[in-house]
Design a protein around this ligand. Sequence first.
Ligand code: ADP
Ligand code: ZN
Length: 527
Amino acid sequence: MTALAARAQTLLQEIFGYHEFRGQQAEIITYVAAGNSCLVLMPTGGGKSLCYQLPALLRDGVTIVISPLIALMENQVTVLCEHGIRATYLNSSLPFAAVRTIEQNMLAGEYDLVYVAPERLLTIRFRALLQQVSIALFAIDEAHCVSQWGHDFRPEYGQLAILPQKFPQVPRIALTASADAKTRADILRCLALERARVFISSFDRPNICYRITARTDSRRQLLNFIRGNHPGEAGIVYCRSRKKTETTAAWLNNNNIPALAYHAGMETATRNQHQKKFLQADNIVMVATSAFGLGIDKPDIRFVAHLDLPRSIESYYQETGRAGRDGLPANAWMVYGAGDIIWLRLRIETDTAALPAPVKQAAIARLEALLAFCETTACRRMHLLGYLGEPSAANHSPCGYCDTCLTTNPVQDVTVAAQKALSCVYRTGQSFGVEYLIDVLTGKRTDRVRQWGHDHVSTFGIGQELSIEGWRFVFRHLLALGYFTLGEERFILQLAPTARGILRGETRVKLRLSPHFHLAASQRISP
Ligand code: ADP
Ligand code: ZN
């Protein structure tokens, strides 16, 4: 063990009171403490904070932690101070006099860690201050916020590119719990970490059992789920709307399940009070919007339920990841239906109306990936870990205890439809997107189809047996299963090498029976 590693080990026990490092913590901490930059991808609850808190103690100077949420930083600083660590935070909630005092203390070298919101870092005043102090390290928490492609983009984060520019000699550690390949590339570029090491921890949460069901009567389904599996236990129920959190909480209370609501529109005092009660008790169900949960560190949350689809697989993983942090069995349960899909599609339309086309396409791609996850007949855990880019062996074999592993779902053989879809891509020259291909398959003589002469190809009109939504379902799955590759900018489908097996009749394609085959005509919307 190097001297640095030995000192890290001692501090871990003496200051934090832990016996050993978890996962890659030791490696990351000694690497960063030695003055190197890196990107850390670690699931929620994996122990990211220690990866910069310990180097902060091992290195000379002050560590600046960039964190997006005020509530979160206050919480962390309180805990650190309880451990006797010299930490503070600077954010917009502080009166000017307090800011002045902290600034003077910083100049006097009195802090090991200072947490700041990204907008503070961009002020001239603060940057001037940084020039005058010795900086040990920059820690960029929730680093995925730099990416416009991701689900949680924050413009102030995009400007963190000034860190490597103005302070090239100061090491940087970027941390996130959610980063697919594209987001990861954005983080590395923005923070000039292209040559830095990337630490990827396993995203597997073996004690969480995933279950996703079609929605019938969601409240009743929720009640049955809680009564059947979690009587008297703590859990979180996520809803899309603020109003729904309140009505659902009231309804659960009427059914003798103690529940509280939480959303961003509530009075701060009430909201804090609800959060406090939930954290202290071990039997309260928190019914919340996605505003709840970041930084919540309650180990005994036994279930996370979703009454509405989250916005992306990343959000789903983050939100469900709040269950079972103590390592004991926990459930991630969700209901979804066609209504969710329509709502999310419309939402993408309005949210991205004024934005460049690639942003909208990225949002649609994320939704499609989420739907494919809901509808998969393969092991949920394998699917999830595969999507998250899990490097470990955990996604190589079915877990045996998620809902798809445990039940034999009614499946349908869609090989013939898949063959039609793939040949249509081939016959039209592998240059078109899903909607155009569906026009050809269902025999629509649109101007564009005629212009390309595709009303004369052999696949024109051979797909009358499915609705447009049914075809979207087929394309979505073929995409999710990797039979198509996508062009980088445009949504053009091309055949992946594996598609040949289906075309030759060697591979059969089986999918879960889907409600999307039966959408009423009035509900169909064009994307
Ligand atoms: P993340 O930021 O990755 O979501 P945290 O840093 O908040 O995770 O850590 C999650 C929990 O694990 C915290 O309660 C923390 O105190 C605990 N923890 C972190 N590292 C260790 C360790 N080496 N041993 C025991 N507990 C740890
Ligand atoms: Zn499984």
